[in-house]
Design a protein around this ligand. Structure first.
Ligand SMILES: NC(=O)c1ccc[n+]([C@@H]2O[C@H](COP(=O)([O-])OP(=O)(O)OC[C@H]3O[C@@H](n4cnc5c(N)ncnc54)[C@H](O)[C@@H]3O)[C@@H](O)[C@H]2O)c1
Length: 263
């Protein structure tokens, strides 16, 4: 995969997995623009990676489109879009599956799902003509579930589904779509919830996840799982959903016993 002088946008690129992906793309010759809520870090990172960065809320379509237009004007047509900005909220303090307030559900939907939809609406066809790449950072929680965070689980499942729609719809036009589904990765996102189910397979460094993604992009692979046991869990869920729900209930009981809460 020749990334020399390719133009990439990374959302949530000021921290964690997005930052590691942005650096890995730049190390192979790409110029990277960063969209993130964190203005200072986005700007500093973007400049260091041959592009620029700004405060953008990916859940705000007009702000995201303004940013995309600016990237196209100042750097050139976009070859790679990494829709990576995302957040979790938890079901706490009540820990019922419907207990998170509406505002928490709304922000998860806007950022974890619509952030990718807005970008695809404005860029999927253009990137397809350049045979470029569109990456959605979903999560293993989107394939399985994040115990203790129903809004995260449901919106990441929607993110996986949207990535599938994107690949089915625009694959024939030349768009390479990748759906990144890690379990635990050592980033600020998991600070304070390290004991949750996402950590059972061990925490990977963001740089390792970025390298796995770049290999998958090179191989044009759609589903990118980063942890050893994820494929087995996904297969088991596919084979017998009732058994899988039973296993997850057991795991939740164990987590509550150990942590006093499910995550
Ligand atoms: N860390 C993990 O264990 C893990 C596992 C699976 C999936 N993920 C996913 O990886 C992605 C990156 O997470 P991370 O772990 O690197 O976390 P992180 O908190 O280090 O980085 C997330 C970045 O996204 C930015 N962001 C949040 N909301 C935004 C918005 N509305 N608009 C623009 N930027 C926004 C934040 O400012 C932050 O810089 C997320 O989508 C997350 O759900 C993380």
């Amino acid at each position: 995969m020749d990334l020399k002088d390719k133009i990439a946008i990374v959302t949530g690129g000021a921290s964690g997995i997005g930052l590691a992906i942005a650096k890995a793309l730049h190390a192979r010759g790409a110029r990277v623009a960063i969209a993130d809520l964190n203005a200072a870090s986005a700007s500093e990172t973007g400049k260091a990676l041959g592009g620029f960065g700004e405060r953008v809320d990916v859940g705000d379509e007009s702000a995201l489109v303004r940013f995309i237009n600016k990237v196209e004007r100042s750097l050139g047509p976009v070859d790679i879009y990494i829709s990576n900005a995302g957040l979790g909220v938890t079901d706490g303090p009540g820990w019922g599956a419907g207990d998170a307030p509406n505002a928490s559900w709304d922000v998860c939907w806007q950022v974890n799902v619509m952030g990718s939809v807005f970008a695809a609406r404005h860029l999927a066809r253009k990137i397809a003509t350049r045979k470029g790449h569109f990456v959605i950072t979903a999560s293993a929680a989107g394939l399985l579930a994040q115990i203790g965070d129903a809004p995260y689980s449901a919106t990441k499942a929607a993110a996986v589904s949207f990535a599938e729609c994107l690949a089915i719809t625009h694959g024939d036009e030349g768009l390479n779509v990748h759906c990144l589904c890690p379990e635990g990765v050592r980033t600020p996102l998991v600070e304070g919830i390290e004991g949750g189910a996402q950590g059972l397979g061990g925490y990977l460094e963001a740089e390792t996840v970025a390298e796995t993604l770049l290999s998958a992009m090179e191989a044009k692979r759609f589903l990118v799982m980063t942890h050893e046991n994820t494929p087995g869990y996904v297969a088991a869920k596919g084979q017998d959903r009732d058994r899988w729900v039973g296993g997850m209930r057991k795991l939740r009981r164990m987590l509550v016993e150990n942590l006093g809460r499910p995550m």
